[in-house]
Structure formats: C-alpha cells, structure tokens
Ligand binder design. Sequence first.
Ligand code: BDR
Ligand code: CA
Length: 309
Amino acid sequence: MTPRPTVIDCDPGTDDAIALWLALASPELDVRLVTAVGGNVGLEHTLPNARAIVALAGKQVPVVGGADRPLLGRFEDAAHVHGDNGLAGVVLPEGPPAAPGLAADAIRDLLRAAAPRSVTLIGLGPATNLGLALATEPALAGRVAEIVLMTGAVGEGNATPSAEFNAWNDPEALAIVLGAGAPVTLATLEVTGQALCTPAHIAALREAGQGACLTAAARIWERVKPSRRSGGRGHEQHDACAVAWAVAPHLFRQVSVLAEVDCGPGIGRGRTAIDRWRRGGRGAEAVLLETLEAEAFFALLIARLAALP
Ligand code: BDR
Ligand code: CA
C-alpha cells in the first residue's frame, strides 16, 4: 500500500483535532501539509491549535495559516460549540512556529510539484483556503486525486435551518471547490450524524491507553456538550468522517449525485442542493457518503488514537 499524499485544511475545532490525529496516525495517508482557516474560532486560535495538534502527535508536517474570513460577507465563529479556544478549553502544549507563507500558496506549491491526480485534499472547515488555491490556478485541479469535504447537508442545516456550518461560512469558496473539476466526496451532516460519540465511546477511549494524544482527545470528548440534533445522546465526529473515508472507505456506503451550493443572500444561503436523481441537471458531480458503520468507525478511531504518542 502506497500512502496517499494528503493535504488537510482545517479549523480546529474539537472534532477537527480528532480528525487530524486520525489522519496523522493512519499509514494509509502521507500528510504533507496542514493548513488552517478561520471557522469554529478565529485563525488566531485555529492556527496555534493545528500546530499543537500536529506537534503532540510527534509529526513534523508543515502547518501554514490561511484565510481569517470568508471570501465575501462577515466571519462568524462557532465558539458556543467549540469553546473560546476552539478545543473546549483543553490547553495543549504549544507547537513549533507556523511554516512561512499563506495556505493557498502552500497548497498550490504542493500541487504544482505533484504528479497528475495524485494528491488528496481533505477540507474540514470553511472552504476559503481551498477555494483560493483552486481559483487562482485552476489547472492544478488536475493534480488532485480527490477532494474530500466535511460540508453541507441534504436536509436541515446546523448553522441555519438551511445550511451546515462550513458551507454557510463560505458558500462562494465551496462553489469554487465543487466546480473545480476534481473528483469530490461529501461527508454531510446526515452521515456525520451517524458518527455519534457517546459516553460509552469516551470510556472505551480512556481504556485504550494513556498517550498524550489519546488523553487530550478524551478530555476534549468529555467537555463537548451533547448536541441537540442527536437528542442529547452524544456529539458528532463530523470531521473524522471525511478522514475515515480516505483511510477506510469500506466503512461507508456512497452514491453519486449532483451538488450545488446556494450563494444567494437569503434564507437559503449556504444550503447544499444534493440531487441524487439528477432532476435539475445542474451542479457538480460528487460522491455523497450515505451510511457509516459507526461501531467499526469508532473502533478504528480509538485504535489509531491509541497508537499515537
Ligand atoms: C462542521 O462545522 C464545524 O463546527 C465542525 O468542526 C465541522 O467541520 C460541522 O458542521
Ligand atoms: Ca471543522
């Protein structure tokens, strides 16, 4: 098995932290670059968090900062879910400084040096950095093997009745990424809602070891409030679903769809229109992740977290 060259763009973020550790612990992926975007909290937190998460995993992957706001419109965070520091108040040891430059430039540099259809881009936050990279040098989409995004919802959103948080934060950037011409896979709220972390999973994680990453992950899980969407049963591991698709696709069932995002100013802003029956004949080709084998997902996640320092 040759590990897939991978870029992770993220806004850590409690579930981003878990997703990053899953990626860094997975031999299926060769994580070459981590980029940070403002999202769950401001870039002044997401960038240091990303640096700290990578360092705690004992990896020397470059971490580069990017956009601190969407292409258009106003930046709004989700600190009410992720806490003021983005990690539910858990403080990690500081990581080394960020690598110089800006995320979109770093992504383009990496793609330019890569073979055709070789790089996996995993987007775990608002799509601003990825959108900037692909809009400013569109031919680089040809170097991308797959773009995996945690974004969107088939039905009800979580940021507004229409829109999921990442899509709602920067719909214009998401439209660029969907239309870039590279294969896209979507982990929407419907599949991430199946990755529901319950007290039983937290106990299983605690029992799996005592490494620094595992312990930090357990503390984060213990501090995130159960979601209203789950009826208080647990909290969703949204972003780890996107990474899990790249690591263990057999855990999912998927369907091919057309996908489009509403960039209008009204109540539908950020809504992802997912057309599995191709009724509208418009939108970008995408793969929609539909079902997840949740217990196998948590077993994999816990085993991988336990393997980290
Ligand atoms: C997405 O929004 C963020 O709050 C999470 O980190 C995840 O990427 C879920 O809607
Ligand atoms: Ca995220």
